[in-house]
Design a protein around this ligand. Sequence first.
Ligand code: ASP
Length: 323
Amino acid sequence: MGVLTGGNLNSLLSRRHNEKVRIIVHGGAGNIPQDISESYSIGVRKAAKAGLDVLESGGRALDAVEAAVEYMEDDPTFDAGRGSVLNREGFVEMDAIIVDGASLGIGSIAGVRKVKNPIKLARIIMEKTDHNMFIGEYADNLAEKFGLQLEDLAYFLTERRKSEWEKMKEGKVDPIKKALYSTVGAVALDLDGNLAAATSTGGIPFKMPGRVGDTPLVGCGAYADNELGAASATGLGEAIMKVVLSKTALEYIGLEGDPMKAAVRAIKLMESRVGGGAGLIVLDPGGDVGIAYNTPRMAFAYNEGDRIIHGVDISDRRSYVIH
Ligand code: ASP
């Protein structure tokens, strides 16, 4: 007979609590090589945990996606914040977006070079200015004005990115064919039923200076609407923006009745209409999960009961018990 003791009552409560909130994160789609796949898999798991901690303490979906993305911006594994890829001239230009599903508020930046955590600047733009999007040095200046931490190239640049850049410069590696996108993103549902989405990137390696991808474009790199769902994308921005991938995936939820099928259909639409490699994480208003990509791998993580499910291959999911 099942008797509720203090111990199992607690676990029942925490399980119920867990079931109400959801976070999904991604750490980029692409051909993640085996020798570095562990750092991707662990990085996304820890980022999901950072976001989940916010949700479980009653925090907002917006705070959760910001926390998860900030974690990955600080982790040099990913192409966002520290570890961002270099453009042709050897400097970083980062893009980010945050979307609030409750108010449809947007904060977005393109081509910043100095702000340590672009996602924090995106949030400030959404909440503390009358505008939605800022670019380049104006955005970096705003970061300074709002007291955000600024860094120089030495902080963002890692050995791995430097050696990749040198090979690309010598023509030994084709940046598009190599196609390891390591953009980061998160979508979340909080206890109040609010949704949010966030995405942050250094863009694609060896891009032309001034190039802006899908990430900071609303509906492309991310979208959230409490009535539709929340989505974040990664992959070749030039393809993603042509089909407005994140918003398209959310519209497909209504047609397919399921976020997983919606994510798959949106990726297929992109592939058939414009080609390109990409991945998506999608959350419906009830907290169901959708994950799809047409690249060999994509780093992902999400909470499920007392676990975080994570990995770099959806058919080979790892299960981590939350302590
Ligand atoms: N979508 C990003 C861009 O095109 C790249 C990525 O996902 O890694 O800028």
